[in-house]
Design a protein around this ligand. Sequence first.
Ligand code: ADP
Ligand code: PAZ
Ligand code: K
Length: 249
Amino acid sequence: MILELDCGNSFIKWRVLESNARVVLGGGVVDSDLALLAELKLLSGLALKYCRLVSVRTPEETGLLISLLKESFDVSVVSASPAREMAGVRNGYDEFEKLGLDRWLALLGGFHLAGGACLVLDFGTAVTADFVAADGWHLGGFICPGMPLMRNQLRTHTRKIRYGDLAAERALERLDPGRTTVEAVERGCLLMLRGFVQTQLELARGHWGEGFTVFLTGGDAGLVSEMVPEARVVPDLVFVGLAMACPLA
Ligand SMILES: Nc1ncnc2c1ncn2[C@@H]1O[C@H](COP(=O)(O)OP(=O)(O)O)[C@@H](O)[C@H]1O
Ligand SMILES: CC(C)(COP(=O)(O)O)[C@@H](O)C(=O)NCCC(=O)O
Ligand SMILES: [K+]
């Protein structure tokens, strides 16, 4: 069996595949290394042979997780590494190794699935946009704070903005002007996010007219999917790229 991990700034996304990599046996989202081990140990008949992972965490944190995995499951672990060029895509960063590896894998996956120009939008701790032209050139992208960062900045840097998670979730059921603090903040941040998406779509149309595919991924993709009905929502886009960057055969 193959364990796949996407270690973001807030959460670790995991899934276990059969050795042929065709069947997904289980998966989930956890907030720590130990929670990951605990969830994996709950899977019956677990027999991990390989693990491939991508991490945007520090080398120390990633190294610690890799050691834990090796101790617990006796697996061989490969970690995605930066590349200038792969699978017909050319990294557009001046220093290719500085492009976030989750972004790189998501855009590799996106270009592969689209077979042409694509705009990849990832809604995690940060929100990222990446542009890949039909010839595989990555034009670069944009990074801005995601919902968790936007709301936490307001909560941390003001004295009167305080509310709980449940109220936050309820506030987003509608988008009328807020009549409470929680509504005003949650809806305001969501409108900022949607404004960002709108701008990315306009930029992509400026480059490619209507000839491009939009991908939405990341834990908060659902917050914007309604406004981009033509988009392909692919929660496991990073894993698509991970399999391309770290083939096990
Ligand atoms: N099952 C889930 N567990 C945790 N967060 C989730 C889940 N589903 C959606 N989310 C949302 O996803 C966001 C985190 O997205 P994610 O792509 O995991 O971020 P990162 O890659 O930066 O760790 C959170 O702000 C949260 O609102
Ligand atoms: C932009 C990111 C913080 C996104 O991380 P995430 O929200 O997925 O946890 C990550 O891709 C990263 O650390 N990138 C390095 C900087 C860059 O891509 O330019
Ligand atoms: K991510």
